[in-house]
Design a protein around this ligand. Structure first.
Ligand SMILES: *Cc1c(COP(=O)(O)O)cnc(C)c1O
Length: 388
């Protein structure tokens, strides 16, 4: 096959060269998953500390059996959007299980967490409305905010006073208002001050939306950050993903019945995207059942993360995520390579995923980790001079 470079190829090649020069080029390495927390790259078997399968439910026998049985009964794909061919009976079961776990009246499942945020935000706010978001919220919430055409203002990370200042200054000039934050911040592992944000929302008639991608299955006895913070009933929009602790795939919103009932008429990422494969839905149902029943399993990731922070003598982990910020992207890449040479998979997180000069190693802890591996990891982190 011959191919002559056209202007598109030249654009891509120049862009790649520029990214390479600043340490920001990204590539996806072929990586298999082994038993427990193992990852396989080439000939090397590594212990992965970067997977979000916090409860190691992806390989759980009950979850796998549920997925396999659903494939046998219903086949591989969903065929069309749920609005066209209708909701599979498994969807009804999953949405009921989610609402029960989160203690809300209703739930709606989307194709992924990203698609959920992309669809939820424009359903409830638009032109002439206001969104206040924590400065560190996930890219998918920004995508939702942009699609909504509402005015977006960022408040300083976890800074209640800054959020109140913005509400006092801008709220009156807009129609509806949404406050967006994460229960557990995905790249920092810290928790949002949910009780204070809920109170602000009540004071200013602003609807609080919490993306709890990293709190579900880990905090609040598995029910998530809102339960952990004692705010059940005070967060009207609880979004989450089925792709992390739940070990399957998909996203969701838990809310009141009228809020959920509006989605099929308004949320474009729900309306114009094909439903989930039955296997993913069945796997999520089985995983949520385990989360609801197994308190010891749910307590494991935070316990493991706290063993790591205790060994490093840093502040106790607030979630299953522990970042070590190193600054320059090249330093993060070098540290990641040094740990890989010791048998650990810890991906370097670089801008634009995180702010400039805050490139980091992000460690995630799961029920599948052995304490001995965490001890050896902590030793290696000390030896390469990562822990301050
Ligand atoms: C992973 C993540 C998402 C996206 O969820 P997917 O199901 O992977 O699409 C959304 N928000 C946050 C905070 C996340 O970490």
């Amino acid at each position: 096959m011959t191919h002559t470079m056209n202007s598109l190829d030249r654009y891509a090649q120049d862009k790649l060269a520029a990214l390479e020069a600043s340490g920001l080029r990204r590539e996806i390495a072929e990586t298999g998953r082994g038993p427990g927390a193992a990852a396989v790259r080439g000939d090397a078997s590594l212990v992965s500390f970067c997977c979000n399968d916090y409860l190691t439910l992806t390989p759980h026998p009950k979850v796998k059996r549920a997925a396999a049985a659903a494939v046998e009964t219903y086949g591989a794909g969903a065929g069309a959007s749920r609005l066209v061919t209708g909701s599979h009976p498994l969807y009804v079961e999953l949405e009921a299980a989610l609402a029960r776990l989160k203690g809300t009246y209703a739930a709606c499942v989307f194709g992924s967490g990203y698609l959920a945020n992309l669809g939820i935000v424009p359903t409830f706010v638009g032109d002439g409305d206001l969104i206040l978001a924590d400065a560190l919220v996930h890219s998918s919430m920004h995508a939702g905010a942009r699609a909504s055409h509402a005015r977006l203002e960022l408040f300083a990370h976890n800074d209640i006073d800054d959020c109140r200042r913005l509400l006092a200054g801008h709220r009156a000039a807009y129609g509806r208002c949404l406050i967006m934050t994460e229960g557990v911040f995905s790249m920092d592992g810290d928790r949002a001050p949910l009780a204070a944000l809920a109170a602000l929302g009540e004071d200013y008639d602003a609807w609080l939306m919490v993306d709890d991608a990293h709190g579900l299955g880990v905090l609040g006895g598995g029910r998530g950050s809102v339960t952990e913070a004692g705010c059940a009933g005070r967060v009207p929009l609880q979004m989450g993903t089925l792709s992390k602790a739940v070990g399957a795939y998909g996203g969701f919103l838990c809310a009141s019945k009228p809020v959920i009932d509006l989605l099929p008429s308004r949320a474009r990422s729900l309306i114009y995207s094909t439903g989930l494969p039955a296997a993913a839905v069945a796997a999520a149902i089985a995983a949520i059942d385990l989360i609801a029943r197994d308190a010891a399993l749910v307590a494991a990731p935070l316990g493991k993360a706290r063993l790591f922070t205790a060994l490093l003598n840093v502040a106790p982990a607030e979630s299953a995520i522990v970042p070590l910020i190193v600054g320059a992207p090249e330093r993060a890449l070098a540290a990641s390579r040094a740990l890989e040479a010791e048998g650990f998979l810890v991906t370097a997180i670089r801008p634009p995923t995180v702010p400039e000069n805050t490139a980091r190693l992000r460690f995630t802890f799961t029920a599948g980790h052995r304490d001995d591996d965490i001890r050896r990891l902590a030793r290696c982190v000390g030896e390469i001079g990562l822990a301050a």
